[in-house]
Design a protein around this ligand. Structure first.
Ligand code: GLP
Length: 250
């Protein structure tokens, strides 16, 4: 696990941006795994700016999103479909046919999960971007999820609902379920880049770096992946034992 520590959110976003934009420049047909949440917004802003400056093109890039709420419309401002279009896809030259976000029609949700999983098995994600929940979830793989899990419908953890309530008008409106890539799908990607900022993430990041690999903290499985980079600000990295920070560069 490579750990990069930066001074603040801006420099974390810049570092993540440089890794991704270089990857796209060298691999115009890259397949990216994308994440939502507040953390990657700064990264997406920089990708849009680079596209506007004609430094990168997404013309041949393919994307697969990690997850989507179930029980709200795709056009709801808190849906991940809406988020991704608002924060990235509407502002770049990506081919809409190359964009994949799990659909969330509750009537067909099991078939949708199966089909998304089949697509993922046929593809190979070159670079997966991850955030992390304060309970250690990646995508929406909540504590207790098997490491062999593939795309599925998850009942959201109480902690996740509390954390994400800030985006909804009232806690009662936070969806109870989501569709998510499973941990196995995430681990199948060639490279993984996890970004985390703020004191709120410090304890879980320490567990991910130093703790034992356990399904109780899903992100600890990343210790077993051959190519993972954590990009953290000083607050998120503040509890990590210094011995693990050999690669630190502020
Ligand atoms: C949601 C998403 C995760 C994301 C997490 C962290 O729960 N499903 O993929 O990592 O939020 O969000 P934030 O970056 O806002 O802390």
């Amino acid at each position: 696990m490579k750990i990069i520590v930066k001074a603040n959110y801006e420099s974390v976003s810049k570092e993540a941006f440089e890794i991704i934009s270089n990857y796209i420049k060298n691999n115009p047909h890259a397949c990216l795994g994308l994440a939502t949440g507040s953390t990657p917004i700064g990264l997406y802003k920089r990708l849009i700016k680079a596209y506007e400056r004609h430094e990168i093109s997404f013309k041949y890039v393919t994307t697969y999103n990690l997850d989507e709420y179930v029980g709200i419309d795709r056009n709801h401002p808190q849906s991940y479909y809406y988020f991704m279009h608002n924060h990235l896809f509407n502002h770049i030259d990506i081919n809409p046919e190359n964009v994949h976000i799990p659909e969330n029609d509750i009537k067909h949700i099991d078939d949708i999960a199966k089909a998304y999983n089949e697509q993922l098995k046929k593809t190979s994600i070159d670079l997966q971007i991850l955030g992390i929940g304060s309970n250690g979830h990646i995508g929406f793989n909540e504590p207790g999820t098997s490491f062999d899990q593939e795309t599925f419908i998850v009942t959201l953890d109480e902690q996740t609902k509390r954390d994400n309530a800030r985006f909804f008008k009232s806690p009662a409106l936070v969806p109870t379920h989501a569709i998510t890539m499973g941990i196995k799908n995430i681990m199948d990607s060639k490279k993984i880049m996890l970004i985390a900022v703020g004191k709120r993430k410090a304890a879980i990041i320490k567990a991910v770096v130093e703790g034992k690999v356990t399904t109780e903290i899903p992100a600890t499985i990343l210790q077993k992946h051959p190519d993972v980079t954590l990009i953290l600000d000083t607050s998120a990295a503040s509890l990590i034992n210094k011995a693990y920070l050999k690669n630190e560069n502020k």
